[in-house]
Design a protein around this ligand. Structure first.
Ligand SMILES: Cc1ncc(COP(=O)(O)O)c(C=O)c1O
Length: 350
């Protein structure tokens, strides 16, 4: 029996625009191969920094390009988290949490409910804390819960953190992967573009390109670019030039539309299968992104269930520091016609 994977937060192979990327790579190599095959700036390929600067209406000097968004977070964690206190959502993205632990941070948590992280929980987490380095938030289609922070909460969170003079680090790789509903302003917008905003082209073009970006306050941008140079000299310029070409020639929007249509079919297949096979459990319907957070009636133990399950894989809540009765289901990778079988197999193990 072949395993159906709901474990990987990765796009299905058919979502990747292979031919178009091959053509972009050929164009870029022919046009500027000798430059992009050399070392360059630690902050990355200048035309893409300029393009992202235009998108977000910020100076390109504030845009740091890294090998995936995660590398930007690593640089930031090493710079700001060491020996400091920070706040994370609970549950949160496992790899980010590990980076903060590796950096030696003390981590406070604020619980996420069906509408994202509650600002009141952030306030409670910070009681008695004189100085916390930053808060790490994934406001839209959160990993792992798939939830989205409401507009009202976005505004009150930013206001509260401004009063405390505390930096926001907003991780936003999924907001363009929206199938329905109105896009919400980013925390970055509500902060007057003073907070840290990070995203990547992993979910909108292809994760293997490893092109991520972080928009930072000026001084921090310079410091992290210097740290990047000292660590790996230059990020992968060829990938960044390919992404830039892909956008400049007008392929980004139609590709995103195609990807979102395909993902929507997968999400709908998973929601329908959950309705059919998981009476008594709860979940939030996401308007986009990759994930559904399945909450099983207590005292279910997701780790035991997943160990028992045959021919299906997913990730248990504790991997994301979350509750043991929860399972993160990624609908991004499996084929639409496999999804119901995978959910049925999971239900059989409960
Ligand atoms: C919330 C979040 N941040 C960052 C990343 C890392 O993405 P990248 O491929 O850009 O490093 C992921 C990947 O799944 C993610 O879910």
């Amino acid at each position: 029996m072949e395993t159906i994977s709901f474990a990987r937060g990765a796009p299905a192979p058919e979502l990747l625009p292979l031919e178009e990327l091959a053509d972009c790579a050929e164009t870029v190599l022919a046009r500027e191969g000798k430059t992009i095959l050399s070392y360059g700036a630690g902050a990355g390929y200048t035309p893409l920094r300029e393009l992202i600067g235009e998108w977000f209406d910020v100076h390109p000097g504030r845009v740091l390009l890294t090998n995936g968004g995660l590398q930007g977070l690593d640089l930031l964690a090493r710079k700001l988290a060491r020996g400091n206190t920070l706040v994370c959502e609970w549950p949160t993205y496992d790899r980010a949490y590990k980076l903060f632990l590796q950096a030696g941070a003390s981590i406070l948590v604020a619980t996420v409910d069906d509408h994202g992280v509650d600002p009141v929980n952030v306030e409670i987490a910070l009681v008695g804390q004189m100085k916390a380095a930053f808060i790490y938030v994934i406001p839209t289609f959160q990993n792992p819960t798939g939830t989205t922070l409401t507009d009202e909460r976005r505004q009150s969170l930013v206001q509260f953190l401004r009063r405390r003079d505390m930096l926001i680090v907003e991780d936003d790789p999924y907001s363009l992967v929206r199938f329905e509903g109105e896009p919400l302003p980013a925390l970055f917008d509500y902060s007057g573009k003073t907070s840290v905003y990070m995203s990547s082209f992993s979910k909108t073009i292809a994760p293997g390109l490893r092109v991520g970006f972080t928009i930072l306050p000026d001084k921090l941008a310079d410091e992290l670019a210097a740290e990047a140079t000292d660590t790996y000299i230059t990020p992968v310029l060829l990938s960044q030039a390919v992404v830039c070409e892909f956008i400049r020639r007008g392929s980004f929007a139609p590709n995103l539309q195609r990807v979102n249509e395909q993902l929507r079919i997968r999400r709908d297949a998973m929601l329908a299968a959950l309705e059919k096979h998981f009476a008594g459990a709860t979940w939030v319907k996401p308007d986009g992104g990759y994930f559904i957070w399945l909450q099983l009636p207590v005292p279910a133990d997701a780790r035991e269930i997943l160990a028992r399950a045959q021919g299906v894989a997913a990730v248990a809540g504790p991997e994301f520091t979350g509750p043991v009765n929860c399972i993160r289901l990624a609908y991004s990778y499996a084929a639409p016609d496999e999804i119901e079988t995978g959910i049925e197999r999971l239900a059989a193990a409960v």
